[in-house]
Ligand binder design. Structure first.
Ligand code: ZN
Length: 241
């Protein structure tokens, strides 16, 4: 569904008036770059695996079935040749023009940085960073992708993606930095998230600014809190600003 012209004009007006915008994004930001969303209808839940993705991508599964974890991870989580889409690009432009102060994301694909954003708080980590559990040496995604079986460090230690798995807690510093950015923002744009899962809904409660804009194709539990609700895809909105 195309965004209403009146709504779009209001959105643009608010962006013009603001100089401390924070964007909070979920899986919907990356699906338009061809990266699957775990929880959507077309997502990984509906593909065939021995275990559901939520089990495979859990801390205990990583410990117990590291080889099986990596089979799935390399196949499904390391999406090759994914490129930033119009939303990533426009957000990077807003940062460069001094309008946007931070992107808070639940995605782990590094596409905001690839588009040129520099202030990106990755709540769930990044597949682009991987570290040896023994000596903490870092490795890139190519090293993981090209390794046979379980990727090992030159010291012999097992390499783990710097991604927050199920059963694992979020990084305290990343969360507090994100909370700080949101609580100081004059405009908060929330996009591509159903706001159904922790910590998304909780973080938004810290916003005290003027304009809360929600952009999501389907309805969310916080729709009534929004000053402006755009029920369409992010690409349809950001391609027009
Ligand atoms: Zn090592």
């Amino acid at each position: 569904m195309q965004p209403d012209k009146k709504d779009l004009d209001l959105f643009k007006k608010w962006i013009d008036e603001s100089n401390n915008i924070v964007f909070f994004g979920g899986a919907g930001v990356s699906t338009e770059s061809g990266i699957p969303d775990f929880r959507s209808v077309d997502g990984l839940y509906h593909q065939k695996y021995d275990y559901p993705p939520e089990t495979i991508l859990s801390h205990s599964f990583f410990i117990r079935n590291t080889k099986e974890f990596y089979k799935f991870y390399k196949d499904k989580m390391l999406v090759e040749n994914a490129k930033p889409n119009i939303t990533h690009i426009k957000l990077a432009e807003l940062e460069k023009s001094g309008k946007l102060s931070a992107v808070v994301t639940q995605n782990i694909d590094g596409l905001h940085q690839a588009a040129g954003s520099t202030k990106v708080y990755e709540l769930h980590g990044s597949t682009l960073r991987n570290y040896c559990e023994k000596c903490h040496k870092f490795y890139n995604a190519d090293y993981i992708k090209n390794s046979q079986g379980v990727p090992l460090c030159e010291c012999g230690g097992i390499i783990k993606p710097d991604v927050v798995l199920y059963e694992e807690g979020l990084d305290d510093i990343t969360v507090s930095t994100a909370v700080n950015a949101i609580s100081n923002a004059d405009m908060l744009i929330v996009g591509g998230t159903s706001l159904a899962v922790y910590p998304a809904a909780g973080l938004i409660q810290y916003f005290k600014g003027r304009h809360l804009v929600l952009i999501n194709k389907s309805s969310t539990p916080l729709d009534s809190n929004a000053d402006l609700l755009l029920q369409c895809s992010l690409g349809e909105v950001f391609s027009q600003i």
